[in-house]
Design a protein around this ligand. Structure first.
Ligand SMILES: NC(=O)c1ccc[n+]([C@@H]2O[C@H](COP(=O)([O-])OP(=O)(O)OC[C@H]3O[C@@H](n4cnc5c(N)ncnc54)[C@H](OP(=O)(O)O)[C@@H]3O)[C@@H](O)[C@H]2O)c1
Length: 347
């Protein structure tokens, strides 16, 4: 396992981290992901630690706090050897202030997360989404207070637009406050929009990507193929429309390319999809998801080898899409706006 710097910070994170959205199964939506118990979580965490993985990701919204609670219990006695990332912003109660990135909500949410996790500090605290109603100054001043108090070590954001992140970074800089060093983003071989705006921004500003749903919300698993019914057990039965929107034909085309490389390499479809992400600029850590031990072990073996440049190009070509404006227009001026990853010829 390699360790990578989290953006413009001194924190080293393992190139694979483990996402705990599958812990708890506390609602119909999360039950479709999984319902890992404390005992099973302990086992999965031990497997991660043996593999050298040091970062575990959760959020207050996952199973309404249950994922944090299970992670906290499963990590008892191991806190010093791991990094915990959690998040707030989404609605957790019915009240007008049970949502958002206001001072009121962040401070209360942070205390609640610390309690559920059974720890006195959070290593990476994310704003789960941009809150356009709260002044950016209010959010960042509050986060800076949490960093200075030692309750939070590093701050990060998730699902921000380019301007949300750039405005936030500029305000942190203006006041000398803690700045976002990580951006938890959706990025996969069937979701490359991250490359258009957020990747160049991440490179320019040294904000590391923590990649969520690296298998495209459970699609690049080798179980989803043209002309084949969904497997009996899959989150896609109940949540396909609630995750990243992806056209089935696009998934099949990318899976065809993954299958061809699986034949050449003897690696599995998810291993190849994860390895592709690990080769992309700005990626600090890829957050893997696993319903069970078998999936976890397979995904952990996505490291320690590299796709060849030719294999990377084949995957780039199979997954290439025409970008939205102004990015397609800017591709006519590569001389002065070079891209972090050169556009491939669509196959
Ligand atoms: N910041 C955000 O907004 C955000 C959003 C979503 C997720 N996240 C984070 O990212 C983590 C990972 O997201 P994700 O679970 O959506 O990732 P993903 O990699 O796209 O999907 C993981 C799912 O794919 C299937 N799978 C995984 N490995 C497999 C294997 N080797 N063989 C066969 N099937 C396999 C399993 O589902 P089935 O068993 O159902 O097939 C598993 O739950 C989450 O736990 C969370 O920490 C963050």
């Amino acid at each position: 396992m390699e360790y990578r710097q989290l953006g413009h910070s001194g924190l080293m994170v393992s190139e694979l981290s483990f996402g705990t959205g599958t812990f708890g199964g506390g609602s119909e939506f999360f039950r479709a992901w999984g319902n890992t118990s404390v005992e099973e979580a302990k086992r999965l965490i031990d497997i991660c630690l043996e593999a050298g993985l040091n970062l575990f990701d959760t959020a207050d919204i996952y199973s309404h706090g249950l994922s944090e609670e299970i992670l906290g219990k499963a990590l008892e006695g191991k806190r010093q050897s791991v990094l915990i990332s959690t998040k707030t912003t989404f609605r957790l109660g019915k009240g007008p202030n049970d949502v958002g990135s206001s001072r009121h909500h962040i401070l209360r949410a942070c205390e609640a997360s610390l309690r559920r996790l059974g720890t006195d500090y959070i290593d990476i605290y994310h704003m789960h989404c941009f809150d356009a109603l709260t002044p950016v100054e209010e959010t960042l001043a509050t986060l800076d207070t949490l960093v200075r108090s030692g309750k939070v070590r590093y701050i990060a954001c998730s699902n921000f637009s380019g301007w949300h992140l750039m405005k936030s970074l500029a305000i942190s800089e203006r006041y000398g406050w803690a700045r976002y060093v990580g951006h938890q983003v959706y990025y996969s071989l069937v979701g490359r929009d991250y490359e258009w705006e957020l990747m160049p921004l991440g490179l320019d500003q040294r904000v590391g990507a923590l990649v969520w749903s690296p298998l495209g919300w459970g699609r690049l698993t080798g179980k989803i193929r043209r002309g084949q019914p969904l497997p009996e057990q899959s989150r896609l039965h109940k949540t396909a429309d609630l995750g990243p929107p992806v056209a089935p034909e696009y998934v099949y085309k990318v899976v065809d390319a993954l299958d061809a490389i699986a034949q050449e390499t003897g690696k599995s479809v998810p291993q190849i999809a994860l390895n592709w992400l690990l080769r992309r600029p700005t990626v600090s850590s890829v957050i893997i998801g696993a319903r069970n031990e078998e999936q976890l072990r397979q995904n952990l073996a996505a490291v320690g080898w590299k796709l060849t440049p030719e294999q990377m190009t084949k995957l780039d070509s199979a997954s290439e899409l025409v970008p939205a404006y102004p990015y397609w227009h800017q591709r006519g001026f590569l001389e002065r706006i070079p891209l972090p990853v050169p556009p491939a010829k669509p196959s």
